[in-house]
Design a protein around this ligand. Structure first.
Ligand code: GLN
Length: 239
């Protein structure tokens, strides 16, 4: 099978090697005999049809301001694609713009596309460090790295991606991180995220392909996860 990934703003939203997530998806699809194609979707580009999985990385307030109005203009097409079954992974600055808005450190309100039931307001102190999440819905944990000024508030009844075991998460207070709604996942976890969390990469691929995937030998990935998780436990969530 072929899976097509729509990579939003690869030139603007790509800090902490977030594009590494695409490399992991490509390799894990290839190891199962599936082909993965990446379609960059930039400022001024229309949202093409036939996208199985959308991906957007993180970025500083400046880069978010450069793309947010263009993204808002793509909102209808992206919501329609998700309603038609496409999956979506959004990291940090991209995650914030999947909500209703992000009020940045200058106080400017950047429009989001309202694909996730949340909004974000930047605070004074950045929340930086290793993070460990308990994702009870999948019986798994996620380990990664966060660096954000934004404090994200989920709407009543919204599903977080995970419970914070170590780290700040959405706002440093709620005890939750990220948000998930159907096949749409938002998170503050950089790293990049997927090399040390192969189960989540497979979850995205399975959502995008609509098939279950046979397991791979993830011994090395498990070691990377364990190291990251231990770092989070020993120093995550401290200003
Ligand atoms: N600029 C946003 C914030 O500071 C997102 C940062 C990021 O993507 N790492 O919260």
């Amino acid at each position: 099978m072929k899976v097509t990934v729509g990579h939003l703003y690869p030139d603007y939203l790509n800090i902490y090697a977030d594009r590494g997530n695409i490399a992991v998806l490509t390799e894990r699809a290839r190891l199962r005999g599936h082909e993965l194609a990446v379609v960059p979707i930039g400022v001024g580009d229309a949202v093409p049809g036939g996208i199985d999985l959308f991906y957007v990385g993180g970025g500083q307030d400046r880069e978010q301001a450069l793309v947010s109005h263009d993204l808002a203009g793509k909102g209808d097409a992206l919501r329609a694609a998700v309603d038609a079954g496409a999956a979506f992974l959004a990291v940090c600055g991209g995650y914030q713009l999947l909500g209703r808005f992000y009020r940045d450190r200058s106080g400017e309100e950047l429009p989001g596309i309202g694909l996730l039931p949340l909004h974000t307001v930047a605070g004074e102190r950045r929340m930086i460090g290793d993070v460990l999440l308990d994702c009870g819905w999948a019986g798994e944990t996620l380990a990664g790295f966060e660096n954000h000024a934004g404090r994200t508030s989920l709407d009543e009844g919204a599903e977080p991606l995970g419970r914070v075991v170590a780290g700040f998460g959405n706002d440093g207070r709620s005890g939750f991180e990220g948000c998930r709604q159907g096949r749409v996942y938002g998170t503050y976890l950089h790293g990049p995220l997927l090399p040390r969390n192969p189960w989540f990469a497979d979850r995205l691929l399975a959502d995008a392909l609509g098939v279950e995937l046979e397991p791979l030998d993830d011994a090395l990935e498990a070691q990377a996860h364990a190291v990251s998780a231990e770092r989070a436990r020993s120093r995550g969530g401290r200003f």
